[in-house]
Design a protein around this ligand. Structure first.
Ligand SMILES: [Zn+2]
Length: 394
């Protein structure tokens, strides 16, 4: 019974499944689609008409022909609708209106303190978001969903933050309800690191099915893509690496109440504090990065050691998850090769050769945009999944 259900669920039958075949953007003819799905030409023709009427699929010219009238082709039209992507950090907000394929149409970045609480922050997000939709030359009717990343744990099913340590006043806040009322579209919420992993995957490494994104900033966390899907775990806390104990770090107190956590040794905040204790003039992750870039030797050494501590924890992750790519992002990653060198040194030494034979460890290529691109991908998926298309057009 279960196998039967699984098979019928996988067979591409409805308009939602047909649409998935077109999402890669390649133009196809009705005959191509009939050949791939094994469905009758008449069935395909009716479903293509439905998709054309929705605007989600558009004519893409004529295919080459060996004689007679050349057949028409169709392709996904990502500009048919737009989504609003929101990346909220501890002290900043980045918002973008993108098309359904993650192409940024309008963008805004500003300082915004998450600690001000949900009401003023979400009101501001809605105001800026509404302006961006207009700036992109679109109307509120074109906005089909909103994706939001928050710098703390989020119950993905309800979109509510759960005891977020650096977000006073946000515990259990109804982010989807508040923003949904102001923007008139469904709102999806996730933690920022999961969205960075999604954004890096969608924008730069769509062909990589097993990817770990590590954010090294004030805190340390990971987003896990496995079999092409983001893995959030039972309570949405999968990838929370910051409070794993590091061997040799047992004396250092951590803000979580334990001692010897990775975050207490290797976060930007921890490195800054250690350098300040040596008499250097550093207060933040950004100061650490600036010092390393200026060629300061103690700062470069400290960042490399932070990389080794992170590498020790990542070696265990590599054994557990067997990723083929680790992408390192967050403010401290801007320090460049020193952090990466420390991570590589320990991961390659402490993991089994088979696991690291094809493992690449690289810095992010999205230049601070990973979170907003991930929010866009999550929001677009919400309206383009087979079930969503079926509900809309089926
Ligand atoms: Zn801790």
């Amino acid at each position: 019974m279960t196998a039967e259900l699984t098979r019928s669920a996988l067979r591409p039958t409805g308009v939602g499944d047909l649409f998935q075949l077109l999402r890669d953007g390649r133009p196809r003819t009705r005959a191509d689609l009939a050949a791939v799905t094994g469905q009758a030409r008449s069935t395909i023709a009716a479903r293509v008409d439905t998709l054309l009427t929705s605007g989600l699929v558009a004519p893409a010219g004529e295919a080459g022909s060996t004689g007679g009238r050349p057949p028409a082709t169709f392709a996904f039209n990502p500009r048919a609708r737009v989504v609003l992507a929101v990346d909220l950090g501890a002290t900043h907000a980045r918002l973008a209106v993108t098309d359904l394929a993650g192409q940024v149409l309008a963008e805004h970045h500003e300082a915004l303190a998450i600690g001000a609480g949900p009401d003023p922050v979400l009101d501001r997000v809605a105001r800026v978001g509404t302006d961006l939709v207009a700036q992109a030359g679109r109307t509120s009717g074109d906005l089909v969903s909103v994706g939001v990343g928050l710098p703390g744990p989020v119950d993905h099913a309800t979109g509510r933050p759960t005891n977020p340590p650096i977000m006073p006043g946000w515990d259990d806040a109804d982010v989807p309800g508040h923003l949904g009322r102001l923007l008139g579209a469904p709102v999806l919420v996730d933690n920022d690191v999961n969205l960075m992993a999604l954004g890096e995957h969608a924008s730069t490494y769509p062909e990589v099915d097993h990817l770990l994104f590590i954010k090294v900033a004030t805190g340390i966390g990971a987003g896990i893509i496995s079999d092409g899907q983001i893995r959030r775990g039972a309570q949405g806390t999968a990838g929370d690496l910051g409070h794993i104990a590091v061997p040799g770090g047992h004396d250092l107190p951590c803000r979580c109440g334990n001692t010897g956590c990775l975050e207490a040794l290797a976060s930007g905040h921890a490195v800054a504090a250690a350098l300040a204790a040596q008499g250097l003039d550093v207060a933040s992750s950004a100061d650490v990065v600036a010092l390393v870039r200026s060629g300061d030797i103690p700062a470069s050494r400290a960042v490399r050691q932070a990389g080794r501590d992170i590498g020790g924890v990542l070696a265990a992750c590599v054994s557990l998850l067997n990723p083929s790519l680790i992408v390192v992002g967050g403010v401290v990653a801007e320090a460049g090769e020193h952090l990466l060198a420390g991570i590589r040194e320990v991961v390659y030494r402490r993991s089994l050769p088979l696991a690291t034979q094809h493992l690449r460890i690289v810095t992010t290529r999205t230049r601070g945009r990973a979170g907003v691109l991930g929010a866009s991908a999550m929001a677009a998926e919400h309206v383009l999944s087979p079930a969503a298309i079926e509900a809309l057009l089926g």
